[in-house]
Design a protein around this ligand. Structure first.
Ligand code: FE2
Length: 213
């Protein structure tokens, strides 16, 4: 069975006014959907049956002839991760073990948010900014286009999509306003904490929609 577009983990109106229903309709309902459709089409055309997006990503990341499949699979996974990285009424600072590790690895929570915002602003063109667990140390990374920390062996904890399609309807060219709002009002620290717990056990959460039915 092919991959399916996973439902958003909240109602399409739930992130307003920070991210509008119009943005989610286009971003999830068209962009994300198109990536999933492309994965299914390319796997079908190649006669491949692979039931995990992570496996598709790993199998195509180093092969330039599979670039289209990698891009679609990585974008499918990245977007599912991004939806879970936001929640209504979220943002601000995390608590518990996660904030302690952020403070230990970055110096302070403010130093982390400065680095995260700088990564999101510094990604020229399309891409992503991430908080990741790199072999037990938390780091901020940015990736261009469809690239994902999965190919580096990192465990992502939180992601922001900085492709223009993520913010142009609501923020026009004000990427900074979108990034600041993400940190202040949307960042899902409960999700990041769950990812950190998994990373500690050498595992990753398996998100709905990243495995074929
Ligand atoms: Fe996107």
């Amino acid at each position: 069975m092919p991959f399916a577009l996973p439902d958003l983990p909240y109602d399409r109106t739930a992130l307003a006014p920070h991210i509008s229903a119009e943005t989610l309709d286009i971003h999830h309902g068209r962009h994300h959907k198109a990536y999933v459709t492309t994965v299914n089409t390319l796997l079908d055309t190649a006669g491949l049956k692979i039931n995990s997006l992570e496996e598709v990503i790993a199998g195509s990341s180093r092969d330039e002839s599979n670039r289209a499949l990698f891009n679609a699979a990585a974008q499918s996974w990245n977007h599912t991760f991004y939806w879970a990285s936001m929640a209504p009424g979220a943002g601000g600072a995390p608590s518990g073990r996660l904030v302690k590790q952020i403070e230990a690895d970055f110096g302070s929570f403010k130093a982390f948010t400065d680095q995260f915002a700088a990564a999101a602003m510094g990604q020229f063109g399309s891409g992503w900014a991430w908080l990741v667990d790199e072999h037990g140390t938390l780091k901020v990374k940015r990736t261009p286009n469809a690239e994902t920390p999965l190919t580096q062996g990192d465990t992502p904890l939180l992601a922001i999509d900085v492709w223009e399609h993520a913010y142009y309807v609501d923020y026009r060219n004000d990427r900074r306003g979108y990034v600041d709002t993400f940190l202040a009002s949307l960042a899902n620290w409960d999700f990041a904490s769950r990812n950190l717990e998994q990373a500690s056990g050498g595992k990753r959460l398996v998100l709905a929609g990243t495995t074929a039915a």
